[in-house]
Design a protein around this ligand. Structure first.
Ligand code: OSB
Ligand code: MG
Length: 368
């Protein structure tokens, strides 16, 4: 197979409500959509990078530059037989996992379509449906959070994740437990604490949380290991696990007991699968994280989450969690039992609404 042409689009979509984490508030999503043209077929990939370097150092601007100047020129016109061959072509280029992922995802999408197999099967997925949870941002008042949780539980979401930060943590979790009892509940700090907060974080141990996600710095596997020794609650790493190697080190050090796998953060589907395999071999549960994706990124996440080691509900909510209208038609929908079916049509398994996509496009580049 050969990629003859690549199209980059900067796409802007309004979120239904602003989403607040310890690093800031997002009220709109702007992201890069990568389209590859392979032997007359189209493949789509979604770059997870946000407009500002808040979650990781990558941004939509850096990803655009890296794709345009370095990654796309490496792939144009070059022969390949399987999309897992592509990461070796850019292995010498440091970092920029999300930019790399967008291009690799597009190649997987086109390849699966060409083979007539669903993306999930192409990756080695075995599940027909995946269990999903919802991630709820920091609210103005606890009452707003309780109302939001009530709504998502009523819809069937299988677990609730609440974002925390200093001043919005132990007291909030206590209120949630008081109101909703023994629901599957977890928290995500997006690196808002340091090891000096260990005694305070021990206060979360009383609430039977499924896990505490990324309490400390992205580059701090050592302090995470020290914190995990003090907590009964499992630590789950997100930002720190920048690829399979970082995952291996984290497990070796005891920095976490669970891993959130985000395909963009780890550098693409091939790396995500390798990290899954490594965790699975050690009996470490993983789940699929999200970056407020459009239906296209959501389709890639669903395919990944169908792999057998994804044993915990992921942050793959339905399209209507974030969007009034999604880029795929019909949108991603969740059944009342809190599962989303993994598509069994060839390729992406969702139809991209090209006219709507065009209307949301802020900038476009055709390469070459
Ligand atoms: O840390 O998991 C995170 C969204 C943006 C950046 C980081 C994170 C998140 C989420 C939302 O928690 C996950 C989703 O529903 O897509
Ligand atoms: Mg997270």
């Amino acid at each position: 197979m050969r990629i003859d042409r690549v199209e980059l689009r900067l796409v802007g979509m309004e979120l239904k409500q602003p989403f607040t984490t310890s690093f800031g508030t997002l009220s709109r999503k702007e992201f890069i959509l990568v389209t590859v043209f392979v032997d007359g077929l189209l493949g789509y990939g979604e770059v997870a990078a946000l407009p500002a370097p808040l979650y990781s150092y990558e941004t939509t601007g850096t990803a655009w530059l890296i794709l345009e100047q370095f990654l796309v020129p490496l792939v144009l016109g070059r022969e390949w037989s399987h999309p897992s061959e592509l990461p070796a072509w850019w292995k010498h280029l440091r970092g920029h996992a999300m930019a790399k992922c967008g291009l690799e995802q597009a190649a997987w999408c086109a390849w699966a379509e060409a083979q007539g197999v669903p993306l999930a099967a192409a990756l080695g997925g075995t599940r027909e449906r995946v269990e999903v949870g919802v991630s709820i941002g920091i609210q103005r008042e606890v009452g707003d959070l309780l109302r939001a949780i009530e709504g998502y539980l009523a819809r069937g979401y299988r677990r609730i994740k609440i974002k925390i930060k200093p001043g919005w943590d132990v007291g909030v979790v206590r209120e949630v437990r008081r109101q909703f009892g023994d629901i599957p509940l977890m928290v995500d700090a997006n690196s808002a604490y340091t090891l000096a907060d260990a005694a305070h974080l021990e206060g979360l141990d009383d609430f039977g949380l499924m896990m505490i996600e990324q309490p400390l710095d992205e580059d701090d596997l050592v302090d995470h290991a020290a914190l995990q020794r003090r907590l009964r609650t499992p630590i789950c790493l997100d930002e720190s696990v920048t690829g399979p190697e970082a995952g291996r080190r984290a497990l070796e050090l005891g920095s976490c007991r669970i891993i959130n796998i985000k395909v963009g953060r780890v550098g693409g589907p091939t790396a995500a699968r390798a990290l899954h395999d490594l965790a699975r071999a050690q009996g470490v549960p993983v789940w699929c994280g999200g970056m407020l994706e459009s239906g296209i990124g959501r389709a890639h996440n669903l395919a990944l989450a169908s792999l057998p080691g994804f044993t915990l509900p992921g942050d793959i909510s339905a399209s209507d969690r974030y969007w009034h209208r999604d880029l795929v038609d019909p949108p991603v929908t969740m059944a009342s039992d809190g599962t989303i079916p993994v598509p069994n049509a060839p390729g992406l398994g969702f139809t991209v609404d090209r006219a709507y996509l065009e209307s949301l496009t802020l900038k476009k580049a055709q390469l070459p």
